[in-house]
Design a protein around this ligand. Structure first.
Ligand SMILES: [Zn+2]
Length: 503
């Protein structure tokens, strides 16, 4: 039996995936399955960038706008629901179009067992044992709910010190995920990652004949587009949605100030905390307006950062898997009929004026050709960007990234008292070389260094014999020293999976 086809449109936020999906759905008379985790939640259409109702009328959309916001929908739920939808469309002779930027959802859907399978039966002898384990896990999860971030982290340090090197102590969701992997599978997550790093693709069979269309845009142009999009969201009523979110916030999963679960992970919610606090406290209008502007700036930054992460995921996770998967041939060789095949094309969506020739027409022609002939042109032949990004790796990475994980404490930022909460801030710990470099360059760190120097000088001037006294830094918290600025918790990091960890 020939495996059935699917089309997967991938790429960063704001690159035009929705547009292309609508065009392909019209051309191939088919339907769309959403693969954007935040768009699965009900409401908040502007903030989550859903296709408009009109667009959704033009082509039927599935798995969009259907999860209650006070619940949590996860990759396993998605996998199950999406497989059901795909089967339904296939039975009508339609080619499902998967579209969305939550790439690890795409990956877990299209490749069998590409994420760690936490189903208890895999690791248990029989049903009785798996029931027992389920109860044990439920008890553990309850127990963990009561623990502080620090205590949870210490648990992880005991069972999987390598993962503890990787996560920040406040990255509660990931710490819990790592603990869960250990207790479910009886093996530390870091060991899973090591194993997988040695054999990417191995044992991970594709489920369908898959045509990947990677919409790519040059970073500078994309960043400008993303900024403009945030401004447009404001015009469309972003603040109405943010207000609605503030009213709901207490009923959503995750405690106050936590943005790592469910809908709360969507870009934008966290950015306006200070603004809504100021509104509530009835601060003067000038301050309120200033905080609103700052919130928008943060939202733009987070969006750009998220886009960068998405490209990183495609390059570091999806492409290695793809290169280890059988492809539709590019030459006249005939393709095997029984095992599912893939082909991945990069389409350059940098220049929106050239959309129809560079993206739309090319996409239609490529899909058409593969469906008809089971062959497609060499993906690197399409453009110079494609040639650059789609070169198969000359040899597989054998040195896993895991070896480079380490933690670094920033002395400068770790001795101050938060202006808002009046509490001593947690030590600022940064994960990894790159995050450390970014931290040193960050506005938060630089203004803290400046402040520390200033303060020290002031003390020396007053009491010259106290040079060695530790500095009391009970004054302003530096601008922009949010946790994301320190490279620690990104509310929009939507990848709790092992694949993320092995990046
Ligand atoms: Zn610092």
């Amino acid at each position: 039996m020939i495996p059935k086809p699917v089309i997967a449109i991938i790429g960063t936020t704001g690159v035009g995936k929705t547009k292309l999906s609508l065009e392909l759905a019209a051309r191939f008379k088919t339907e769309i399955i959403n693969v954007d985790a935040m768009q699965m939640y009900k409401g908040f259409d502007i903030l989550t960038n859903k296709a408009t109702l009109e667009e959704r009328k033009a082509a039927p959309h599935h798995l969009i706008d259907f999860v209650e916001v006070d619940s949590e929908y996860q990759v396993q739920d998605f996998e199950k629901d999406a497989l059901f939808k795909i089967e339904g469309l296939h039975s009508q002779g339609k080619i499902p179009i998967l579209v969305g930027g939550t790439h690890y959802y795409i990956q877990s859907l299209l490749w069998k067992a590409s994420l760690i399978n936490l189903k208890a039966e895999k690791y248990c002898k029989d049903e009785a044992e798996s029931l027992l384990k389920k109860e044990k896990m439920e008890a553990l999860l309850k127990q963990w709910e009561e623990l502080s971030n620090k205590d949870l982290f210490e648990e992880l340090e005991k069972v999987d010190p390598k993962m503890a090197e990787h996560w920040h102590v406040n990255d509660r969701r990931k710490v819990i995920r790592s603990l869960t992997v250990f207790h479910e599978t009886g093996k530390p997550q870091s060991e899973w990652i090591l194993e997988r790093a040695k054999t990417p693709g191995e044992g991970k069979e594709l489920r369908f004949n898959t045509i990947f269309l990677w919409l790519y845009a040059n970073k500078a142009q994309l960043d400008t587009r993303l900024d403009t999009r945030v401004d447009r969201m404001v015009e469309q009523g972003l603040f109405e949605e943010l207000k609605q979110f503030q009213n709901l916030s207490n009923c959503l999963p995750g405690g106050e100030g936590q943005y790592d679960r469910g809908l709360k992970q969507a870009i934008g919610f966290r950015a306006f905390d200070a603004y809504f606090c100021a509104l509530r406290d009835e601060l003067d209008p000038i301050t309120v307006e200033k905080l609103k502007k700052e919130g928008l700036e943060v939202m733009k930054q987070q969006t750009r950062k998220y886009a960068k992460k998405q490209v990183g995921w495609i390059r570091n996770q999806l492409l290695p898997l793809y290169f280890n998967t059988p492809h539709f041939p590019s030459d006249t060789a005939s393709s095997p009929t029984t095992s599912p095949l893939a082909k991945l094309y990069l389409l350059d969506a940098t220049d929106l004026d050239a959309w129809s020739s560079q993206v739309q027409e090319k996409a239609v022609a490529l899909v058409d050709e593969i469906l008809k002939t089971r062959r497609g042109p060499d993906p690197t032949s399409l453009s110079s960007v494609a040639a650059e990004y789609l070169k198969p790796p000359s040899k597989l990475k054998t040195e896993p990234v895991i070896a480079t994980w380490f933690k670094k404490l920033c002395e400068e930022c770790s001795r101050r008292i938060d202006r808002k909460t009046k509490k001593i801030v947690d030590p600022v710990i940064v994960n990894g070389e790159r995050a450390w470099e970014e931290h040193l360059k960050s506005k938060g760190h630089r203004s803290q260094v400046h402040f520390n120097r200033h303060k020290a000088l002031a003390i020396i001037k007053q009491q010259p014999d106290l040079v060695n006294t530790p500095i009391d830094t009970s004054l302003p918290s530096p601008a922009g020293s949010s946790s994301s600025d320190q490279g620690i918790t990104d509310p929009n990091q939507l990848e709790p999976s092992i694949q993320q960890a092995s990046q």
